[in-house]
Design a protein around this ligand. Structure first.
Ligand code: NCD
Length: 642
């Protein structure tokens, strides 16, 4: 029985161009074999498992058809919602189990980076059949195969890619591949659906492509306002198009291409729009009229399908409409991919990212992309990051190993000295050294750094801005405002942000209880930990539903902590309302969050630090105070900050 060596296809970048060429060669021969009714039973004895956590017609059925045509067999879970995933089984466990049942796993999943996780946990080859909005490499093989068959070559072609470039995973894989083949790319996104930064960064850094976008209308027109320029980067064959007058003076520019070779249209990925505030404007359906101009009449029209209303049905009979050929190519191309896996039986398994930053313990940041697989499978999956290729050195940019999104880091720390710093350019060298030593910690905020027990690198002179009596009076005042506001005190619940917000919450609860005659339930919320809500003191269980929640924190710095706490609260249930109480409002914030109850407003500069020292019990203790000091946290002047 032909066993397969493990060789995963997660990204189109996993395939060297020579291997793509080999797959096309094999696809040609399988195409002919299918036409002649010949069988090529090279996969006899092999089993493919198709695990689909998202709907599919073409991808799954053409994979399965390909496997059958090669004499292999298929086991399928076309709707993972009917599998153990519905019982909460992790992706890692599922693919480990299925590795014992099949020789190849074909996976489709709604989370960005899911295929990478599956590849790491499965002991058999994993093929990515679409992971969230990230990539869909086998669709790209079909796309390129048809495009090359139509045009004879790929190098130097000019391809217009239109529609949902933000969430369209087929587009991302296609762009990476076209760039490597040396094609020119023009993008015409729906409004708000431009290529995401991580895709742009990658092809700028690795292929020297730069984009600007044009509208589909401009592309269709013969002349008019379309004033595209070629930008010729280092490698002369790699060109990208610019529409506006080129701001980069020293770059040679040329006129727009006389003709386009392909339009690649995509639908709006509505299923990924939730939570996004984009307001896409869809194009009028692409029809035969669009192919009348001298620029467009030689172009083929491509679409990964399914179409919604991007392509008029009347175009289907036009020989330049090749989308059904792309879909049909799914079988020979995927047969070729399986055959290629068989050819590479003895090839050593590759991958495992060696350039990841070795964060130890709890010092790794969390990926900010809500669709990242690490957010969904956080119980076992440790976040992993690399340095992102970026030109902006003002902040530290990390790239998630799984979903590839960039994470902006403003605060870094050293795990041995337990000092933290506000990141600036001068820290790059230190940070690289700390990565080598395995001593880098990163934080979202000053608050997080301090919650984790880190001290600022250096403090400027400090002064006391509130003493214990003033803190006690401020708490009294907040409690009185809450009592005056609340109509039904039995609806109240108090939630404090760990750790000082929780201490204040307990104190406010006693004060409000005394004033209203009803002691509200009280809980702590830990925005950086795993446990969301922890009932405090004698609160036995804490229920968010229907409650008027007073969220309490000591200081509002940027507002990020509060925003996270709100999100966590809403994940716990549906409160009747949430109001915010803070001891100190600093008056500047990155988010439009305004506290309802404020102990004291203290306008401060960004580099000032307000530190609240309070005790667990009733207050009025002599050691309690609020301090203001400036952070001398940039080690520009430091010889050795660690
Ligand atoms: C695409 C997908 O699933 O990403 N479909 C496909 O595999 N041919 C495109 C889409 O759903 O829009």
């Amino acid at each position: 029985m032909p066993r397969l060596a493990k060789s995963d296809l997660v990204s189109i970048e996993d395939l060297p161009l020579s291997d793509i060429e080999r797959i096309f060669e094999l696809a040609d021969s399988f195409s002919q074999a299918i036409e002649r009714g010949e069988t090529r039973r090279i996969a006899e004895g092999l089993i493919m498992a198709t695990l689909f956590y998202e709907p599919s017609t073409r991808t799954r059925l053409s994979f399965e058809s390909a496997m059958h045509r090669l004499g292999g067999t298929v086991i399928s879970s076309p709707d993972m919602h009917t599998s153990s995933a519905a019982k909460g089984e992790s992706l890692a466990d599922t693919v480990r189990v299925v590795s014992a049942y099949a020789d190849i796993i074909v996976l489709r999943h709604p989370s960005d980076g899911a295929a990478q996780v599956a590849a790491e946990y499965a002991s058999v080859s994993v093929i990515n059949a679409g992971d969230g909005s990230r990539e869909h490499p086998t669709q790209t093989l079909c796309d390129l195969y048809v495009l090359r068959r139509k045009k004879g070559h790929l190098k130097g072609l000019t391809v217009a890619i239109c529609g949902d470039l933000k969430f369209g995973r087929t587009v991302h894989s296609l762009i990476y591949a076209l760039a490597r083949f040396g094609a020119n790319i023009v993008t015409a996104p729906f409004s708000g659906m431009e290529l995401p930064d991580y895709v742009l960064d990658r092809i700028a850094a690795e292929r020297n492509y730069r984009f600007s976008t044009v509208s589909l209308e401009e592309l269709k027109s013969d002349q008019g306002s379309f004033d595209a320029l070629y930008l010729t980067p280092n490698a002369p064959h790699q060109m990208a198009l610019f529409t506006d007058a080129n701001p980069l003076q020293d770059v040679p520019a040329a006129r727009a291409p006389a003709s386009l070779d392909a339009f690649y249209l995509t639908r709006l990925q509505r299923e990924r729009l939730a939570g996004s505030n984009a307001t896409p404007c869809n194009y009028a359906p692409f029809d035969a009229r669009a192919l009348r101009s001298s620029r467009t009449h030689r172009a083929v029209v491509m679409h990964p399908l399914p179409r919604t209303d991007e392509v008029a049905y009347e175009l289907d009979s036009d020989p330049r409409a090749v989308y059904f050929e792309q879909a049909a190519a799914g079988v020979p191309v995927r047969m070729a991919l399986i055959a290629w896996l068989l050819e590479n039986r003895s090839r050593p398994a590759k991958r495992g990212n060696t350039s990841s930053i070795p964060f130890r313990g709890g010092t790794a940041p969390r990926c900010a992309n809500p669709s990242c697989i690490t957010r969904r499978e956080g119980a076992y999956l440790r976040p992993r990051f690399r340095f992102a290729p970026t030109t902006n050195r003002e902040h530290l940019a990390l790239r998630c190993d799984f979903c590839e999104r960039n994470l902006r880091v403003d605060y870094v720390g050293h795990t041995t000295s337990r000092r933290y710093y506000h990141f600036d350019e001068s820290l790059h060298g230190y940070v690289r050294q700390w990565v080598e030593d395995g001593t880098l910690a990163v934080f979202d905020s000053v608050k997080e750094a301090e919650e984790r027990g880190y001290e600022p690198y250096r403090r400027g002179p400090q002064r006391e801005i509130m003493n214990s009596e003033e803190i006690a009076a401020a708490c009294q005042a907040i409690a009185a405002q809450i009592t005056a506001d609340v109509v039904d005190p039995t609806m109240l619940a108090i939630v404090g942000v760990v750790s000082r917000g929780a201490l204040l919450a307990l104190r406010l609860r006693e004060l409000v209880g005394r004033q209203t005659g009803v002691r509200p339930p009280c809980a702590a919320i830990d925005v950086y930990g795993q446990t969301a809500l922890q009932p405090l003191d004698d609160t036995a269980s804490f229920d968010v539903d229907g409650r008027l929640i007073i969220l309490v924190d000591d200081v509002i710095n940027s507002g990020w902590t509060v925003q996270r706490a709100m999100t966590l609260l809403w994940q716990q249930g549906r409160p009747a309302g949430v109001k915010l109480a803070v001891l100190i409002d600093r008056g500047h914030r990155a988010l439009p969050i305004r506290p309802n109850y404020i102990g004291k407003s203290i306008p401060t500069s960004r580099t000032d630090r307000v530190q609240v020292r309070i005790a667990a019990d009733e207050g009025g203790k002599p050691g309690e105070r609020v301090l203001l000091y400036s952070l001398l946290e940039s080690p520009k002047t430091a010889e050795n900050p660690a």
